[in-house]
Ligand binder design. Structure first.
Ligand SMILES: [Zn+2]
Length: 85
């Protein structure tokens, strides 16, 4: 890994690895931008599995704004997005 210079290698916020980045924001709005900037595609895949469980357990619909909001809160906890860098 390249260590010279001041530019640090990108690391996934969740797993800490320099994994494959997401190709774009996977969620609308500012949260999607933050997720795309913070986590690797493998961790996003883990979240999608978790999200499916949450949807099934809570009988949520992503079409309902209040359910989307709940998923967003779970997502923020999953990726630790509330913590300042
Ligand atoms: Zn990761």
């Amino acid at each position: 890994m390249e260590t010279n210079g001041t530019k640090q290698a990108w690391q996934c916020r969740r797993c800490g690895h320099a994994g494959e980045r997401l190709s774009g924001p996977p969620w609308p709005g500012a949260e999607g931008e933050r997720i795309a900037a913070a986590v690797c595609s493998a961790c996003w895949g883990e979240w999608l599995e978790r999200q499916t469980m949450i949807i099934n357990e809570g009988r949520l619909s992503v079409r309902k704004p209040e359910h989307r909001q709940r998923l967003l809160e779970e997502m923020k906890v999953f990726f630790d997005l509330e913590t300042a860098d």
